[in-house]
Design a protein around this ligand. Structure first.
Ligand code: TYD
Length: 211
């Protein structure tokens, strides 16, 4: 079982992914919680490059290939081996982030991105994708507060520094993708308190997973 979390900055996906891991472990499942960018050894280095404010000027093509390189390593070194051992894999971001940020956000052709994602992942698709949707203003406010509190996040502000308009495109892109793939997507309102969001998540995921 391969589950991914997606959403704009500050949507709460990291918190929800941790809660789901905890819940599944209580059901005696072995769970690997991982993320993109930065889910593999090489990926940790790529993440630093990708999220550093110092690299604000990189081209959209360069950015795309770095995310894809991160994904190749992640799939080959982490996700596939864990799935082969029968573990549940939960990834904080995956292929849809590329479709949305590099496609709807940066304007790279979507058909091309679908093909590059297929190449990077050897066609490994998630079984379920949880999209946490919320207004851009709310998400960015949360993300900026977190960046002020946390030294690590403070150095990772490259996307938070994008305009409101960019983030609006991201939100809409996610909603469009979810409507194109309703069999895979679960869309949740990410605005309420984390416990409320998680209750909704469980209800919806139980219908899909039958556990
Ligand atoms: P993340 O660490 O999830 O940041 P946050 O928790 O603040 O949302 O993701 C890092 C950034 O990388 C995020 O702004 C989205 C971007 N991203 C892409 O543009 N393309 C991709 O393929 C991926 C995986 C992430």
């Amino acid at each position: 079982m391969f589950i991914t979390f997606e959403g704009i900055e500050g949507c709460g996906k990291t918190t929800q992914a941790k809660k789901l891991k905890h819940y599944l472990e209580e059901q005696n499942k072995e769970v690997v919680l991982t993320r993109e960018p930065g889910g593999s050894k090489l990926g940790i280095e790529l993440r630093k490059i990708l999220l550093s404010l110092e690299n604000q000027g990189i081209s959209k093509e360069c950015e795309l290939f770095l995310y894809l390189a991160d994904r190749v390593e992640h799939v080959q070194q982490v996700i596939k081996p864990a799935l082969a051992q029968g573990k549940v894999v939960i990834s904080d971001r995956y292929v849809d982030s590329t479709l949305v940020y590099q496609g709807y956000g940066r304007g790279i052709e979507l058909d091309l991105l679908y093909q590059l994602n297929a190449l990077a992942t050897n066609n490994l698709e998630p079984n379920i994708t949880i999209l946490l949707d919320l207004p851009v203003e709310t998400g960015l406010k949360r993300a900026l507060e977190r960046n002020l509190e946390n030294k690590q996040s403070r150095q990772e502000g490259r996307f938070e520094a994008e305009s409101l308009d960019f983030h609006q495109k991201i939100r809409e892109g996610y909603l469009t993708l979810a409507s194109l793939h309703p069999e895979r997507f679960i869309v949740l309102d990410g605005s309420p308190a984390p416990e409320k969001v998680f209750a909704q998540l469980l209800e919806k995921i139980k219908n899909k997973l039958k556990f």
